[in-house]
Design a binder for this molecule. Structure first.
Ligand code: NDP
Ligand code: MG
Length: 353
């Protein structure tokens, strides 16, 4: 029996994770948490709405923690899990982006594993498994391009939350759906891949693959490239992480290859500024990825509330990165302070905008 603690049980990933757990007799939900949505219909011995997630984890004694909280709020649970050598099934990419070096150090001390739930990283993990780092030339992260793929900047001046939330291939929570529309999601995933796989940024490429069938691809030094294909359905990477390495069955149909379209295109970096900004933040290192993430969270919330235009999201993040006092992140206190200061800068940029 594997005891699963599910953080963010009421969200898009959380609901699908419950389905996966229910389908596998060897998985058992030992705890479930949300921020404010009641957990009445969730069947778990320990439940917590709001409050300190690490207190719940202390009591739950999980074998694996599925962190499906959205945003920086997931950072303490990520570090708690890694420090104790407990397997971390990680959907909450923001925590790894903001706390990368701290998370890797905690994993080193704890001796546990990070099992990515993000579909691209799950795909890359599978393509990389059993290969040595020197064989790998580049990692390729694929993205659908979101609802605004192919649009020029001038066509994005007036787009609002309703259009940004209409994602072409994935059904997800509102924050990541807006991140997919700005390509901040791919930016966060670029930094996530850097920390997960220890590959320098110049060897991680982002490519648009509009149907979201190819989830990731690795190019090797001998000219071969391995890709991971599948229908866009998060139950697959959730199941892969929770049942690792068993690759338990899921109810998905097998791929109908003759019906697929597999085109690729380069991302439009002038229109979707959040992607190059992520690369800059990643390469700067230190607190820069934390600042990128924090400013993005503030800007996305403001956009969803109608307080910021779509194109303002990247402006707020760019301004916060330029104004922040970037510094190394030595411990959790440094990180929390960097996050707080970046949020204040972003809020200031909103008022100025
Ligand atoms: P949702 O907005 O659908 O759900 C977020 C969940 O987190 C909710 O259960 C929410 O509870 C909970 N939550 C938020 N803050 C806290 C907190 N402080 N303490 C406890 N619970 C909290 O998000 P998604 O499921 O879409 O995304 C979750 C994470 O997974 C994100 O990091 C996202 O980037 C990542 N991800 C998601 C994918 C997807 O397909 N959805 C794909 C790949 C990655 P409440 O209901 O009470 O607000
Ligand atoms: Mg993803």
């Amino acid at each position: 029996m594997r005891r699963v603690a599910l953080l963010g049980a009421t969200g898009s990933i959380g609901r699908q994770a419950i389905e996966v757990v229910q389908a596998h007799p060897e998985l058992e939900l030992c705890a479930a948490a949300s921020a404010s949505t009641p957990l009445d219909d969730v069947d778990a011995p320990l439940k917590q709405v709001g409050g300190d997630l690490t207190e719940l984890l202390e009591r739950a004694r999980p074998d694996v923690v599925l962190n499906a909280v959205v945003g920086f709020a997931g950072v303490h649970a990520t570090l708690w899990t890694l420090e104790r050598g407990i397997d971390l099934a990680l959907a909450n990419k923001e925590s790894l982006v903001a706390a990368g070096p701290l998370a890797l150090a905690a994993r080193e001390r704890g001796g546990g594993r990070i099992l990515p739930v993000d579909s691209e990283h799950s795909a890359l993990l599978q393509c990389l498994e059993g290969r040595s780092p020197e064989q790998v030339e580049t990692l390729v992260l694929t993205g659908s391009g979101g609802p605004f793929r192919g649009r020029a900047r001038s066509e994005l001046v007036d787009v609002g939350p309703e259009q940004a939330l209409a994602h072409p291939t994935w059904r997800m929570g509102p924050k990541i759906t807006v991140d997919s529309a700005t390509l901040a999601n791919k930016g966060l995933e670029l930094i996530e891949a850097h920390f997960l796989f220890g590959v320098p940024y110049e060897r991680i490429e982002v490519v648009i693959q509009p149907t979201s069938i190819v989830h990731g691809l690795v190019r090797f030094r001998d000219g071969a490239a391995l890709a991971h294909l599948g229908y866009p359905d998060m139950r697959v990477p959730i199941s892969y992480a929770l049942t690792y390495p068993a690759r338990a069955a899921t109810p998905l149909p097998s791929l109908d290859l003759a019906s697929l379209s597999l085109e690729f295109a380069a991302p439009d970096l002038d229109t979707f500024r959040m992607l190059p900004l992520a690369r800059e933040a990643g390469e700067l290192g230190g607190s820069a990825p934390c600042v990128y993430n924090a400013a993005n969270e503030v800007a996305v919330a403001a956009f969803l509330e109608g307080r910021l235009p779509f194109l303002g999201i990247a402006e707020v993040v760019e301004d916060a990165l330029a104004a922040a006092e970037l510094a190394p992140v030595r411990d959790l206190d440094d990180l929390v302070e960097a996050d707080r200061a970046a949020r204040a800068l972003a809020e200031g940029a909103l008022t100025a905008a």
